[in-house]
Ligand binder design. Sequence first.
Ligand code: HEM
Length: 468
Amino acid sequence: MGSHPNSGPTAPHEPLESMSLEPLMTRDYERDPALVYERLRRIHGPVAPVDLLGVPVWLVLGYEESLEVLRDDPAWPKGLENWRAREEGRLPEDWPLAPSLDVNHVLIQGGEGYRGLRTAWDAALRPFQDPRRAQARQLRARIARDADELITLLSQGGGTGWADLSAQFSRPLPLMVASHLLGFPGSQHDDALMDMWRVLDAGPDAGPALDRLLAALAELGALKMKEPGDDFPSYLLAAHPGLGVEELSRELMMLLGMTSDHVGILISNTVVEVISGDASTRASLSAGMIRETMNRVVMQKPPLINFVPRFPVADTRLGHYTIAAGDPVWVSVGAAHADPAFSDNVCPASTISTRAHLAWGAGPRQCPARELATTTAAIGVSRLFERLSGLELSLPLDQLPWRSSPFMRGLRSLPVRYTLADPPTTPPTAAPPLPAAPPSLGPAPDPDGTERPRSSLWRYLAGLVRGR
Ligand code: HEM
């Protein structure tokens, strides 16, 4: 182990790559990363050197230190070209995180190319996030309709029953939202959604699914270049006409992944918070306090627990170590939120929770899609608690299965027992009329009255239905 805080804040220490490091991704981490963070904090202070699946990195555990890194982008830029060990060819060829970083989309990039991309992202998301825009209003109505469709499907087994709300609701809902944003023509979206599902599951067919998905997104991008529509890829291209098909498909992949995985986690975590909270948590939903509930949820359980790396431009003191220029630095928001410097100042009894948390990032690179993500989750959770009068966990809270990756932490499944509200309510009447479009999952009657074939996502979800 390298020098630690007790060596004194100014003591010199050996370079990151010569330290003997403890692995971060252990069974303990999978079970409860908080315990690992606390142990590292005790040993090293606010910044710890760790082994991340065979690669030495710095993990920032302190709240103040995280803010310092996130806010000062010129001093701590992203961009894999800034990674000294990578430039010197010292990363293992089969490093498991290489594929997700090498994609090099807007979240990973630094430098000049990044700035144009970020501006284009902001412009392309605006129509869907600005509540005054027709696209945003239509999307909200669409999300409510998709949520209702999923609830109807999962409760087909009867007025009461069991469901895995993660597989049957939290995950498919944001996938369907992403598919609307992407503006897939015809039934192409259906295969892409199933492939995204396989990629997220990281099972044996994830590799070929990813290849097919990237090909489908490239095809979609090429189509939008020829025939722009009222969708995210077309707005992104309008704001960044220089984007090539390959670059565009990487950005679309990023949208699909962030939406389905992270928003899905947010929905599941919010549902758990409401079910397991006191009566006032559920009452707060009807009082329109859902966003407040979600703020607490992302503070306590941030979906993105460790951010992708940044690299200091000069040797810089952080915590008790000197981080050499070009060393990889991973901000751990999971650890920063547990830092007493932050957690001791958060008053849990207060009705309004602090917005000073880092779950959406901080500084110039914070999440541009926060409104979209919270709106999707808020509508989904509201529809769920409106349509289901009874909802309880079918496992004790401390036995829910969590999965942790180097980037995110979420529930593997969310087993519940539900009771349908009687009589079922309809989606909010204030929703504007939707343009004629088939339901995302189910059959739409053709003009001759016959039903179209069910989508493969529908068939998959129907296979999960469990009744009484
Ligand atoms: C609950 C859902 C989400 C959470 C918790 C979340 C969180 C975050 C965080 C913490 C960052 C900053 C990471 C860093 O500083 O390294 C970020 C960046 C980003 N997020 Fe989100 N996000 C969510 C959903 C989404 C969605 C749905 C999209 C796309 C539609 C999206 C698009 C992005 C982009 C493009 C960036 C990179 C911004 C930049 O580097 O300038 N996020 N997100």
